[in-house]
Design a protein around this ligand. Structure first.
Ligand code: ADP
Ligand code: MG
Length: 592
């Protein structure tokens, strides 16, 4: 191919001429060192290239060569437990090759390890008809992930030969006789990251992705195959929410993209995940996790690539029939990189300097989430659930990135600086957050968890809403203006906030609550209201009811009851009824 010449370098943006053989989105090798870049604009023979490595040291006159291929990822065994940079270079192997803890420029290493040997077990035999998406064999990639080797897109034919045994990802394991002749298949396939992987059909997501986080599962659930945004100012808890969902979300595969945030947060993930046991399998969480790191100290231009690399890997596991979650922390850093590039390209700026295509780029990403029927004859189902953190400057969610995101995603977990300041965590504001999946999921919960789930949920939510109105009245005219029933409501909603919504991510037991536990806790807290109203009707003074310290303390501490003992929560309910009966039979006289 013809070699172009650099005419301008502007930070991560390089403009080269003599590139008439290249196409938009081609990957190029830039400069003598062959830095990796991607063409983002073509004008005549001039290509504007965003370079994914530091561009210091290259300048006009240096060569540029297109590879003629779009930015692609390698998909196959060896993805799980790996940590890649934005363009899928394995960070451990990379550092070894470069002999440095820093990312040395132009070092090329393969994404998937070629020296690693995998045991391939065929699931089809000679003479079988196969087409794209059909599973031809499996590899036990980690203790918990059975990697399914699929016929790549565009291949259809008859199995001519297939062999069991030990192979690396490049060796041929199967030959398919197609219309165009024999096609050799290895365990690895490639896919261009900017293009969504195909599926048979998209389904309406109705089941929740259970996260074990009460405020999320009960009030603002995200569907398996849905998308959610977590906007919040610095320190409000975005990263902790993403870590919690990654750790506890009931998905089979987790892809975690650290995009433009501090490097030590990725180190936290690297340190914590191997230690943490998956509640379902008892194995380390890393055994089902892929990490993509493009932290704040790494090249800005690769932030966009890291997002696409992540979602493509997520789709690939979806295609195997798995439920996958992908976290991106933070999508604002990616948007800022887009803005920077757009500025250097001298494009017409839109809102707050972001390019006019900000919204469509965000949509391109989130729309790759979904629940699908996968390609392949067995009609398996897979899902990608996408959770994106957004970091609006100053926490002002009217800014373009938050607003564009909220136009696309159906779940909004709005983190609130005041709540975080009061150490109410997770600081998800229950008054402005929402989930548009809630109706579907309510039906699922009533069916699968408890028939009164949605009625409890509705009741709790309206109490919390009423609380903010009542608080307004108290501010204006004082607590004495309220009836006993309203004062009781304030007490119960306080209990909902403190005993239910607040959940300590760092407490051994409280960090995760099953749906059954959530249901029992919610029922117990609301039972207090029902019982107390009964007592009020029988003439008991509210003050007397509120002094039931022992039982109220038990309600407050029910979050610390372990999953094995959740029936104890029901016992507290029985005790509560008995105590209230006693109070009523004693009569409502106040203590002297
Ligand atoms: P952000 O990513 O929004 O800047 P972080 O996720 O790093 O914020 O959270 C900041 C701090 O808030 C954490 O280090 C932790 O101390 C506290 N925090 C956040 N969420 C929780 C939680 N669910 N439980 C306990 N502490 C939390
Ligand atoms: Mg953070």
């Amino acid at each position: 191919m013809k070699i172009g010449k650099i005419i301008k370098v502007s930070g991560p943006l390089v403009v080269a001429e003599g590139m008439d053989e290249a196409n938009i989105y081609d990957v190029c090798k830039v400069g003598e060192k062959g830095l990796i870049g991607e063409i983002i604009e073509m004008r005549g023979d001039k290509a504007s290239i965003q370079v994914y490595e530091e561009t210091s040291g290259i300048g006009p006159g240096d060569p540029v060569q297109t590879t003629g291929e779009p930015l692609s990822v390698e998909l196959g065994p060896g993805l799980i437990e790996s940590m890649f940079d934005g363009i899928q270079r394995p960070l451990d192997a990379f550092m070894e090759a470069a002999q440095s803890p820093f990312l040395t420029k132009g070092v090329s290493v393969k994404s998937l390890n070629r020296s690693r040997i995998w045991k391939f077990v065929p699931t089809v035999k000679e003479g079988d008809e196969v087409e794209a998406g059909d599973i031809i064999g499996t590899v036990q990639e980690t203790a918990v992930v059975l990697h399914k080797i699929m016929v790549p897109f565009g291949v259809k034919g008859t199995i001519k030969s297939i062999k069991a045994g030990e192979f690396n990802v490049e060796e041929t394991v199967c030959i398919v006789n197609t219309e165009k002749g024999d096609k050799e298949l290895s365990m690895m396939q490639k896919w261009p990251v900017r293009k969504g992987r195909p599926y048979a059909s998209k389904m309406n997501p109705v089941a929740p992705m259970v996260t074990g986080q009460r405020v999320i599962d009960t009030f603002f659930p995200v569907a398996k195959g849905g998308a959610a945004a977590v906007p919040g100012p610095f320190g409000a808890g975005k990263t902790v929410v993403q870590h919690q969902v990654a750790k506890w979300g009931d998905t089979e595969i987790v892809v975690y993209v650290g995009c433009g945030e501090r490097g030590n947060e990725m180190t936290d993930v690297l340190n914590e995940f191997p230690e943490l046991k998956d509640p379902k399998t008892g194995e380390s969480l890393m055994k089902r996790t892929v990490l993509i790191a493009n932290t704040s100290n790494m090249p800005v231009a690769a932030r966009e690539a890291s997002i696409y690399t992540g979602i493509t890997i997520a789709e690939y596991f979806r295609d195997m029939g798995y439920s996958v979650s992908i976290m991106a922390d933070s999508t604002s850093r990616w948007a800022e990189a887009l803005r920077e590039m757009s500025g250097r390209l001298e494009e017409m700026p839109g809102d707050e300097g972001y390019p006019a295509y900000l919204g469509s780029r965000l949509a391109d990403y989130y729309e790759r989430a979904g629940k699908v029927i996968c390609l392949g004859k067995d009609g398996r189902e897979g899902a990608v659930t996408a959770i994106g953190a957004v970091s609006p400057p100053g926490g002002d969610i009217s800014e373009p990135v938050t607003q564009s995101t909220l136009r696309i995603v159906k779940v909004f977990w709005g983190l609130d600086a005041n709540l975080a300041y009061q150490r109410h965590f997770p600081s998800i504001n229950w008054l402005n957050s929402y989930s548009l999946y809630a109706d579907n999921i309510d039906a699922w919960m009533d069916e699968e968890v408890a028939s009164d789930w949605s009625s409890l949920r509705t009741k709790a939510m309206s109490l919390l809403q009423e609380e903010s109105n009542l608080q307004e009245i108290v501010r204006l005219v004082g607590i004495d203006a309220l009836s006993e029933g309203d004062r009781l409501k304030l007490e119960v909603s306080k209990s909902l906030r403190e005993d239910y919504l607040q959940q300590n991510a760092f407490h051994e037991i409280d960090t995760y609550a099953s749906l059954n536990k959530q249901h029992k806790m919610l029922k117990l807290i609301l039972q207090f209201q029902v019982e107390a109203e009964r007592a009020l009707k029988a003439g008991v003074y509210l003050d007397k009811i509120l002094k039931m310290d022992e039982i109220r303390d038990k309600i407050a501490r029910s979050k610390y009851i372990s999953e094995e003992n959740i029936n104890k929560i029901d016992e507290i309910g029985v005790e509560l009824t008995a105590e209230m009966d006693k109070l009523i039979s004693e009569g409502g006289v106040l203590d002297a």
